[in-house]
Design a protein around this ligand. Structure first.
Ligand code: ATP
Ligand code: FE
Length: 333
C-alpha cells in the first residue's frame, strides 16, 4: 500500500512516500504521506552544482532523509510495498546514489522496484491533485527543461515542442543573478516582481521559429542584460521578465492545446510554482492542473507517484541492472 520514491538527480536528496488508497490515481486514490528533502548548500560557493560534491553529499544524507520520511509518514521500513528511484536524466554520479539505494532497499524488502524517468516524475507530481486521465498536454518547466508533450494515453509521450536554447527556470536563475537578486532565481524573481513595474522594461516576444511550438529564452536573457546595463531597476527587470516569460509559456501552450485538441494541461517542474504563471494559466479556458505544494521542484514524492502509476498500470518492475543515464528523452511516441 505504500510506495517509496527517491530522487537524487541533481543537488537535492529527496525521499517521499505515497499511500495507495483505492484503485484510482489521485486525488482520492493516492495520498502523499511524506516528502522530505535535503537541499545541498556546498555548491553555493562555486556558483553552480559541482557533480562530484553532489554525489558525495547524497551518499552522506540519504539515510537521514529516508529516516525522516518514514518518521513523517509514521511508518516502519517493512511497511513499504514498492520502491521507485530516478534513473535519468540528471548527473550520473548523483543519480547512481539514489538508484543503487532504491534497488538495495527493494531487494532487501523483496518488493518491486521501478526505475523512474525524472520528467515523468515531474508530470506525475500533479497526481496529488488530479487523477490525470489521458489524454492531456504536459508542459514541464524546470531548471533544465521547457518541454511540451502530448499524452494521448497513459505512458505515451509525444514531443510537441521544446526550448531551442535555455530552459525557462535557467532564464529565471540567470536573470536573477544578473540583477543581484540571489539564488534560486525563480522565487527571487517572483518576489522582486511584486514590487516592480512589469511595463518598465520592454521585452520583445521571441520570434516564432521554424517549428511551431518551439520556445526560446535566450533573447529575453540578452534583452535583460542590455536593460540591466542601461540601469533598469532590479524589481522592474524582474517584473517585466516574468511577465514576458509567462506570456510566451501560456500562449504557446494554448496554441498547442488547440492544435492537438486537448482540454486538459498539466503544468509541472520548478517554474510551475510561480504564482503569476499559475494565475495566467487559470485565466485560460483550459483545464489546468498543477502539482500540490512542495511538489514542483525536485522531490521524492513525485517519483513515488510515478512509481504508483507504474504499479497501477501493471507495468512490470525494472530489472536490477537498470542503469543511470544523463541523457534520456521522455518522448516515445
Ligand atoms: P530538470 O528537472 O529539468 O532536470 P531541475 O530538476 O534542476 O531541472 P526543478 O527542481 O524542477 O529543476 O526546478 C528548479 C527551477 O525552478 C529553478 O530554475 C528555479 O529557479 C525554478 N523555480 C523555482 N521556484 C520558482 C518560482 N516560484 N518561479 C519561477 N521559477 C521557479
Ligand atoms: Fe527536476
Amino acid at each position: 500500500r505504500y510506495v517509496l520514491g527517491i530522487d537524487t538527480s541533481c543537488d537535492d536528496t529527496g525521499v517521499g512516500i505515497v499511500e495507495l488508497i483505492s484503485s484510482e490515481l489521485a486525488p482520492d486514490g493516492v495520498r502523499v504521506r511524506a516528502n522530505c528533502i535535503w537541499t545541498q548548500t556546498v555548491h553555493a560557493q562555486y556558483g553552480g552544482v559541482m557533480p562530484e560534491l553532489a554525489s558525495r553529499e547524497h551518499v552522506e544524507r540519504i539515510d537521514g532523509v529516508m529516516a525522516d520520511a518514514l518518521a513523517e509518514a509514521g511508518l516502519q521500513v517493512s511497511d513499504i510495498g514498492a520502491v521507485a528511484a530516478t534513473s535519468g536524466p540528471g548527473l550520473v554520479g548523483a543519480l547512481l546514489v539514489g538508484l543503487m539505494y532504491g534497488k538495495g532497499l527493494a531487494q532487501a524488502l523483496d518488493v518491486p522496484f521501478y526505475a523512474a524517468h525524472h520528467l515523468e516524475g515531474h508530470i506525475f507530481a500533479a497526481a496529488s491533485e488530479d487523477n490525470l486521465e489521458a489524454p492531456y498536454l504536459a508542459l514541464v518547466v524546470s531548471g533544465g527543461h521547457t518541454h511540451l508533450f502530448d499524452v494521448p494515453e497513459v505512458g505515451t509521450y509525444i514531443l510537441v515542442g521544446a526550448t531551442r536554447d535555455d530552459a525557462a527556470g535557467e532564464a529565471f536563475d540567470k536573470i536573477a543573478r544578473l540583477a543581484g537578486l540571489g539564488y534560486p532565481g525563480g522565487p527571487a524573481i517572483a518576489e522582486a516582481a511584486l514590487r516592480g513595474d512589469a511595463t518598465a522594461v520592454p521585452f520583445k516576444e521571441p520570434l516564432q521559429g521554424q517549428k511551431a511550438f518551439e520556445f526560446s529564452f535566450s533573447g529575453l536573457k540578452t534583452a535583460a542584460l542590455l536593460a540591466h546595463k542601461a540601469g533598469a531597476k532590479p524589481d522592474d527587470l524582474a517584473a517585466s521578465f516574468q511577465r514576458a516569460a509567462v506570456h510566451v509559456l501560456v500562449k504557446t501552450t494554448r496554441r498547442a492545446a488547440e492544435a492537438y485538441g486537448r482540454q486538459t494541461v498539466v503544468v509541472s517542474g520548478g517554474v510551475a510554482a510561480n504564482t503569476a504563471l499559475r494565475e495566467a494559466f487559470n485565466q485560460t479556458n483550459l483545464r489546468v492542473v498543477f502539482p500540490g505544494k512542495g511538489l514542483n521542484t525536485d522531490n521524492g514524492a513525485m517519483i513515488a507517484l510515478a512509481g504508483a502509476a507504474a504499479l497501477r498500470a501493471g507495468r512490470s518492475p525494472s530489472p536490477l541492472e537498470a542503469g543511470a543515464t544523463a541523457y534520456a528523452p521522455l518522448a516515445n511516441g
